[in-house]
Design a protein around this ligand. Structure first.
Ligand SMILES: [Ca+2]
Length: 111
């Protein structure tokens, strides 16, 4: 009966310790690898979604920042923040639309 060589890298697949990797043990390891891949994919999507929320949240934070700068007498800072805002809003909009666009493409291609 075929068995594993000593110190085989596949010895971790032999979960019941009989020194034979059965079909069942092999299939379980495949299933585990698929689960790990799915979990990684899920975590990646979660972190991208968090990034989107933070970007959108910073857009909400922007107008009050201008008002606050004006309020505490930092007119120059308020002007600079207002000047940056146009390109900033465009960038965040681009980021969010690329995220949702890529999600749609990934779903359509079934991956
Ligand atoms: Ca075994």
């Amino acid at each position: 009966m075929p068995a594993l060589e000593p110190d085989s890298k596949y010895s971790s697949l032999d979960t019941n310790g009989d020194n034979i990797v059965s079909d069942r043990e092999f299939e379980n390891s495949e299933r585990q690898i698929k689960l790990d891949l799915l979990r990684n994919q899920d975590q990646k999507e979660d972190s991208l979604l968090l990034m989107c929320w933070l970007a959108l949240g910073s857009m909400l934070f922007y107008p009050p920042l201008i008002i606050f700068s004006e309020f505490i007498g930092m007119e120059r800072a308020a002007g600079l923040v207002a000047e940056i805002s146009s390109i900033y809003f465009l960038s965040v909009g681009g980021l969010v639309s690329v995220f949702f666009g890529s999600q749609a493409i990934i779903k359509k291609n079934g991956r």
